[in-house]
Design a binder for this molecule. Structure first.
Ligand SMILES: N[C@@H](CCC(=O)N[C@@H](CS)C(=O)NCC(=O)O)C(=O)O
Length: 205
């Protein structure tokens, strides 16, 4: 298998962390989706990374689907089996994916020419992040893992999301969310996280 993506993409990073966690035989191929001559649209008509090449010429795209595939490919799923745990993990992943979407939208807005930027758009995306952190903090009982007593996709996705927040929208979410801050410090010390950091980013602890 091959995973196409850019080193700073949080969507691709979810899959990269999962590949490391499970030690899957999957090569990470750096590919930038933005240039006009990028090969990515020939593999994903939506022109976005990550793209997973399952076998020659067979591609899967959209990070949630890529993560779902990789989670099930080896029979060692990181998704809780019990119904309550399953849906709790889905909830945390929705929260994490939403944070990633909001931080990306904010970054893209901030890269537009200053005269075209909309402060209200930035504020709307920031409000999503703040609400999501507050709600996550209230929902979290505390401890090493978000769901149950082992590392799951909930930890993976929210861990990536909050580290991407530190990277692209650094602000003090930790003082508002001390339980999540403690959990995040532990999760991001995993080798899978340390070996997939965005270039130039120094983790905040
Ligand atoms: N919903 C997609 C979003 C993927 C995405 O937006 N990836 C960015 C990189 S972080 C990208 O490829 N952007 C290129 C573009 O928007 O043209 C997913 O979850 O895979």
């Amino acid at each position: 298998m091959k995973l196409y993506g850019s080193p700073a993409s949080p969507y691709a990073r979810k899959a990269r962390v999962l590949i490391k966690e499970k030690n899957l035989p999957c090569e990470f191929v750096v590919e930038d989706p933005w240039p006009a001559d990028s090969p990515i649209p020939s593999r994903n008509p939506l022109g976005k990374v990550p793209v997973l090449e399952i076998e020659s010429g067979s591609y899967l795209f959209e990070s949630a689907q890529v993560v779902h595939y990789l989670d099930n490919v080896d029979g060692k799923s990181l998704t809780p089996k019990d119904a309550a745990g399953y849906w709790q993990a889905q909830w945390w992943q929705a929260l994490g994916n939403g944070i990633i979407d909001a931080v990306i939208a904010r970054v893209l807005e901030s890269r537009r020419p200053p005269e075209k930027q909309m402060p209200e758009k930035m504020a709307r995306e920031e409000a999503r992040v703040h609400r999501a952190v507050n709600v996550g903090e209230n929902a979290f009982k505390g401890g090493d893992f978000l769901v149950g007593s082992r590392f799951t996709l909930a930890d993976l996705v929210l861990g990536v999301a909050l580290q991407y927040t530190d990277f692209r929208y650094p602000h003090d979410w930790r003082s508002r969310a001390p339980k999540l801050a403690r959990w995040h410090a532990g999760i991001t010390k995993r080798r899978s996280f340390e070996e997939t950091l965005p270039p130039g980013f120094t983790p905040i602890q």
